[in-house]
Design a protein around this ligand. Structure first.
Ligand SMILES: Cc1cc2nc3c(=O)[nH]c(=O)nc-3n(C[C@H](O)[C@H](O)[C@H](O)COP(=O)(O)OP(=O)(O)OC[C@H]3O[C@@H](n4cnc5c(N)ncnc54)[C@H](O)[C@@H]3O)c2cc1C
Length: 320
């Protein structure tokens, strides 16, 4: 059986949960078994996971799971895995997933692929799973030979597919340890799609010259329904908030479209964005390294090009 942990912060599923269940269903088909989804804490409508391919949906409604607690979540998923006899556990490669996956593999004494980028294939009874390595410069295939294996799935690695129908959520009973963490306050960023889940990202760097110039970037992002990001020096200079910093030391993303404005394309920046499906680079320097990684490039002054691009997108949207 394939167990999928479907993340639901504040009771709502993240896109990564639907991706994980879609992926879990396909892995289950490969292994000739069923996909079972697990949700932790109070959840609004867990039955929807059935539409993404979960045969059963289990919920552990324990109030201590309302807020993320890495130790408690690991215990809950590991105990559920043992109780149900799961062969594979799948979770999203989100902040929560990254924090739990390693602990889970140790607790289950199983294998781990952290940040899988594609669907596995079978090698005998074992799964061969792909992930990118060397800052996205190569793809490696790992063979999972443990009795239980954990896979965390990169965001946007699969498209959520609603191929099934809703199934009633069942309540799972497990004896959990008491939490060592007390949550006093939760502050969340509202309004935009979080970077790891964003399908379109408009990102800008030091070429913007001044934080006061970011209006043209935000306008373009609004037109495209995109999330904004930035290079590290921009965040380090407090021109933009740190949660927007992408790259080797920031967030790694895989949007369908990444628009890089006034960013040179240093290797440390590329490490976090070069898995994007389509990369568009706007830079006045034709020798900027980013052009080597770009699908489309515009050589010119961003202060001229970005507003014109935004206008063109607006006209296109109005006409379609
Ligand atoms: C250990 C380590 C980790 C790092 N991690 C990261 C990381 O995670 N993410 C990250 O981003 N960086 C990271 N860096 C920094 C990285 O090496 C680069 O210094 C950084 O990415 C450069 O940022 P930038 O492209 O915004 O600025 P710059 O390198 O200054 O580039 C600005 C670009 O804007 C262009 N430009 C200027 N004016 C205009 C204009 N009017 N119109 C169009 N284009 C214009 C220029 O031609 C230039 O290419 C790391 C560095 C180290 C050493």
């Amino acid at each position: 059986m394939v167990l999928v942990f479907a993340e639901s912060p504040r009771g709502h599923f993240k896109k990564s949960a639907f991706e994980a269940v879609t992926y879990g269903k396909k892995v289950a088909e490969l292994l000739g078994t069923d996909c079972v989804a697990l949700t932790l804490g109070p959840v609004d409508d867990a039955s929807v996971l059935g539409t993404y391919g979960a045969k059963r949906v289990l919920n552990l409604p324990d109030a201590s799971l309302t807020h993320f607690d890495s130790q408690l979540y690991t215990q809950a998923i590991a105990d559920a895995c043992k109780q149900l006899g799961a062969q594979v556990v799948i979770l999203g490669h989100t902040t929560t997933g990254k924090s739990v996956a390693g602990r889970l593999a140790v607790r289950l004494q199983g294998g781990l692929i952290s940040g899988a980028t594609g669907l596995p294939v079978l090698a005998g009874k074992n799964l061969l799973v792909e992930k990118t390595v060397f800052s996205g410069k190569a793809v490696a295939q790992y063979e999972l030979s443990g009795a239980v294996n954990v896979i965390s799935l990169m965001g946007n690695a699969v498209k959520p597919e609603q191929t099934g129908s809703a199934v009633a959520s069942e309540t799972l009973t497990l004896a959990l340890n008491s939490s060592k963490i007390r949550v006093k306050e939760v502050k969340t960023q509202e309004g935009t799609v979080p970077l790891p889940e964003a399908e379109i990202v408009v990102s800008a760097g030091r070429g913007m010259k001044d934080p006061g110039n970011w209006g043209i970037v935000e306008d373009l992002a609004t037109t495209l329904g995109a999330t904004t990001a930035c290079s590290r020096p921009v965040a380090d200079s407090h021109w933009r908030p740190h949660h927007e910093h992408v790259g080797q030391t920031g967030i790694a993303i895989r949007p369908n479209l990444y628009i890089a404005i006034g960013i040179s394309g240093a290797i440390q920046h590329l490490a976090g964005v070069n898995n994007s499906k389509v990369i568009v680079v706007i830079n006045k320097d034709p020798e900027a390294p980013f052009f080597k990684a770009a699908d489309y490039g515009v050589v010119g002054d961003l202060f001229e090009i970005v507003p014109r691009l935004n206008e063109a997108f607006k006209q296109f949207k109005a006409a379609n």
